[in-house]
Design a protein around this ligand. Sequence first.
Ligand code: ADP
Length: 251
Amino acid sequence: VRVLQTSERVQRRLIAVASGKGGVGKSTVAANLAIALKAAGRKVGLVDADIYGPSQTKLMHVEGVKAQAKDEKLIPVETPHGVPLLSMGGLVPEGQAIAWRGPMAGGALGQLVDAHWGDTETLVLDLPPGTGDVQLTMIQKHKPAGAVIVSTPQDLALIDATRAIDLFNKVNVPIIGLIENMAGYACPHCGQVSDPFGKGGAEAAAKQLGIPFLGRIPLDIAIRTASDSGNAADDPAFADMAGKVDQWLAG
Ligand code: ADP
């Protein structure tokens, strides 16, 4: 195990990836965002703070690998993607997450953020879904530099996303933008994307809310199978989104 040396000058910034509800692809977006930012040359790490369903060890292909510690600080796990990872999965006793309160989760997250991150400048933070006490404590305590909101095109999911946006507004964390996931269906045979729920709703909602729109990611079996096998999704929408986040970081 290699301990990264932290240089005094590193100004680490947290980018929160959040959603109003579960199952909208927040973890998939967080993993692919981190991988794409790394490809763009950023020194990036990934923190899985989703106590209800930590899935990044699987997505990043390091399932079962335990983080070591040195001098009472955790050492991020190296992944095949070159993006170091720390996950709440290793800290929360299995099956107990539901009973966790905001302050406890905020404290545990502290251990993941205040770890041996070395010269990592950007930490992508996969937050738990929803807008409750746990999420509020986490973002109050660890003040992300900005937030990416993930939503599906359905109206209800968008209403939930609006709640997530309100949560960040409350604590003055800027919204980097809204990404629409599972937008349209990519035919596994011909690749053509069709739109059973119509098109443009999320983009219009982003406009109405006055936040940038980061693009649409189709519902594509290839994205699911890539995630299941710990690979990056080969979809240009992720690269587009990461390009916009990269620009925001360069700000
Ligand atoms: P969340 O973190 O919001 O709960 P996940 O990222 O775990 O959601 O995604 C839920 C499920 O949907 C996973 O099986 C994932 O592989 C799949 N998935 C996410 N985005 C897409 C997509 N664009 N196309 C196909 N499957 C997707």
